[in-house]
Design a protein around this ligand. Structure first.
Ligand code: ASP
Length: 346
């Protein structure tokens, strides 16, 4: 038996796992079970690494709720055996996927670190090696015989973020993610520095891990824009079986006050559709009732998303609607921070 941390590397797809075929110049997925042969540097890390890969790796644009459950089950089934998990996905939908996984795991006591890269691991100028190596180091990090991280995170370009706070902000630069409403949990320079006061501390070390898998996908993101028509709003709010709407409003949660708009929202809420107000702004918080233009939303029963990201709001909605809560329970729980996705003071 070894005392080294045991790390499970889960490869779902995305650019990070690709190499260039030097004859054709095309990018192709490589056999992830050979990662240690491909990147011998990994052997220098003070841990044992096992890998598991999706049978058919996917571009993260094809991510869906079945794959969310697949990722969650891989972690659940090996939870006892491993000390930490590093999940590789494409960066395009990583903020969504890692947010959903954060809600699916209740009483998580071990690190789950999502990462990927902008350039394939086989590329000369790749960002993949640093992202992968540091993510594994983060997953191994311990203090007083306990993991330093016991939450779902996203590591990219020298920064470790709380996953459910992230947004992909750049399709080109190595710094592809931002966490506008919460500072990085760790930064990698000469040393790996953890901002310990910002980390999520599990409430009770003895609580059993619960994995919530009943995700409801009858949800939609409705982004407002000046000039949006009644027909558009009406047709979205009357989609068959619709259960939840993340309403992307302006600024601090403001929306048109026109009667037709408020009436449509009211009707949808009466039809048992949950509506959550999030801001279109990259940073800041919804404060319902701050302006006249959000008082009406509050009155008809729209739930305040506070400073949650859109990615996290849709993830939390899929999870909470899956739990079949009453209107009041949904509001109370949505407006409470479950996994650090909402700031206390917002
Ligand atoms: N399109 C790729 C994906 O998200 C991009 C990446 O891997 O970063 O799967």
């Amino acid at each position: 038996m070894t005392n080294k941390p045991q790390i499970l590397l889960v490869y779902t797809g995305g650019t990070i796992g690709m190499v260039k075929d030097y004859e054709s110049g095309a990018l192709k997925a490589f056999d992830f079970s050979q990662i240690l042969e491909r990147i011998p540097e990994l052997r220098q890390l003070n841990c044992d690494i096992e890998t598991i890969s999706f049978n058919k790796p996917i571009d993260s644009s094809n991510m869906n709720t079945d794959y969310f459950v697949q990722i969650a089950e891989i972690i659940e089934n090996s939870y006892a055996k491993f000390d930490g998990f590093v999940v590789l996905t494409g960066s395009d939908t990583m903020a969504y996927t890692s947010s959903v996984i954060s809600f699916m795991f209740e009483n998580l006591q071990k690190p789950v670190i999502f990462t990927g890269s902008q350039l394939p691991i086989g590329d000369l100028r790749t960002d993949a090696k640093e992202n992968l190596i540091t993510s594994i180091e983060v997953a191994c990090a311990r203090k007083n015989n306990k993991p330093i991280i016991s939450e779902v995170c996203l590591y990219f370009e020298y920064k470790l973020y709380r996953a459910n706070r992230t947004t992909k902000i750049n399709a080109e630069q190595f710094e592809a993610f931002a966490s506008m409403n919460y500072p990085p949990l760790a930064e990698s320079g000469v040393h790996l520095f953890f901002n310990e006061q910002l980390l999520y501390v599990p409430k009770d070390n003895s609580s059993k891990l619960v994995v919530r898998k009943r995700l409801n996908r009858n949800v939609v993101i409705l982004k407002l824009f000046p000039g949006i028509t009644k027909e558009v709003v009406q047709s979205i709010l009357t989609i068959k079986n619709l259960k939840g709407v993340v309403l992307e409003t302006y600024g601090a949660g403001n929306a048109p006050t026109e009667k037709w708009f408020i009436d449509l929202l009211k009707q949808a809420i009466n039809n048992d559709i949950r509506i959550v107000n999030v801001t279109q702004c990259a940073g800041g918080s919804v404060i319902m009732g701050h302006y006249e233009t959000s008082i009406k939303l509050k009155k008809v029963g729209v739930v305040g998303g506070k400073d949650i990201t859109t990615e996290s709001a849709i993830a939390k909605m899929m999870y909470l609607i899956g739990e079949e809560l009453s209107k009041n329970e949904f509001k109370a729980i949505f407006e409470t921070s479950l996994r650090g996705e909402i700031s206390k003071e917002s």
